[in-house]
Design a protein. Structure first.
Length: 357
């Protein structure tokens, strides 16, 4: 049996990382390579490290542990602010975590002290995207309290944008982050290592020369994996957009009308679908579905194919225009969006096939 698979080219991922790292280095910015979209795949982490990222950023402790077990040697940065119940694991698994809650910091501190160590933390500030982060007005008070905790060391401040609220990084909000970093340093006599300005959505601002000089760190996933900045999803110069490809097998191939026959009702996901009559079409059913991908995020490599939709376990593709015709047993290839890749790399039903070149 040949299961559907995700094929990824490690040489392209490495080259993408090298291009992004070089663009950031010109502005004094170091890059953490973010592997979370690949479910912490060790080969992807190694390719990023070969491409020059200074550390690996992961959102999940399980992924960090998998990477460590696979022998990936790197500094690990935990991206998702940790749950209070996980502080012991966090201190054991990662070198630095992004944090926003005093109770969690107290837990991390106690866990670190039990190991006769200190745990490094980056304080996350919310600049308006309304996901994680300390409200800016509260940063001084928060820092004062955090400094009472002997087991944690504040090594930076950071912010994350364009994730929940869709707020773009700008010279203004990045200058705000720098001002907050300066204020924390001045008030408490700290020297912060990280002023971590964001993710793949910050690349345009950097390239345009609009990033304040004090921002010295970025956490980058999508731009390295898929070769796109994420403000407008434009291809990033010097990177490949097709390092990842999803392939699935044609398991049924029939000519059928484009309009369903019968009384219209809800589909399997509670939506009432809308169809346009394009006459009889050759339709391929493939052996992946919503269980494995975000079907809206699949772009067929053969531009003559068109994704019509998906249910849990089938992807339905119009292959009428393809010549020579598609056959049952053929594999069709798709370039995934971030959401489709996230699902595919997390799906246990898709094989993961790293290749080089
Ligand atoms: C996922 C994540 C990133 C990386 O985002 P990309 O858009 O993939 O570059 C950076 N920082 C945090 C906190 C994240 O959760």
């Amino acid at each position: 049996m040949a299961e559907p698979f995700v094929r990824f080219d490690l040489a392209k991922i490495e080259a993408n990382a090298r291009a992004i790292v070089a663009d950031c280095a010109r502005r004094g910015i170091s890059v953490a390579g973010v592997t979370k979209c690949t479910c912490g795949h060790p080969d992807v982490a190694r390719a990023m490290l070969s491409g020059g990222v200074v550390e690996i950023g992961e959102s999940r402790l399980e992924n960090v542990l998998r990477l460590r077990r696979a022998g990936v040697r790197a500094r690990f940065l935990l991206l998702r602010v940790p749950p209070l119940s996980a502080v012991e694991h966090v201190v054991d698994a990662v070198d630095v975590s992004l944090d926003s809650e005093l109770d969690v910091l107290a837990g991390l501190s106690a866990a670190a002290l039990r190991r006769r160590r200190r745990h490094d933390v980056v304080l996350m500030v919310d600049l308006g995207d309304l996901r994680e982060g300390i409200w800016p007005d509260d940063l001084t008070r928060f820092t004062r309290e955090a400094l009472q905790l002997a087991g944690v060391r504040i090594v930076g401040v950071g912010a994350n944008l364009t994730c929940f609220g869709g707020v773009a990084p700008t010279r203004e909000n990045m200058t705000r982050l720098v001002a907050l970093a300066d204020e924390v340093e001045r008030t408490f006599g700290l020297a912060l290592t990280y002023v971590s300005g964001g993710n793949s959505s910050a690349l345009e601002l950097i390239a345009a020369g609009g990033m304040p000089a004090r921002i010295n760190h970025l956490r980058v996933g999508e731009a390295i994996l898929l070769g796109r900045e994420t403000l407008h999803r434009r291809a990033w110069p010097g990177t490949s957009q097709d390092a990842f490809e999803i392939q699935a097998e044609v398991i049924e191939l029939k000519e059928k009308p484009s309009l369903p026959i019968g009384e219209p009702a809800q589909d399997a996901f509670g939506h009432v679908p809308h169809f346009v009559d394009a006459g009889d079409r050759i339709r391929a059913l493939l052996d992946i579905g919503r269980e494995d991908v975000d079907p809206e995020g699949l772009t067929p490599v053969d531009s003559r194919a068109r994704v019509l939709g998906a249910s849990s376990d089938y992807l339905i593709v119009d292959v009428t225009a393809i010549a020579p015709p598609v056959k049952v047993g053929d594999f069709l290839a798709f370039v995934p969006s971030y959401a489709a890749l996230l699902a595919a790399m997390t799906s246990p039903y898709l094989a993961k096939r790293p290749v080089r070149g």
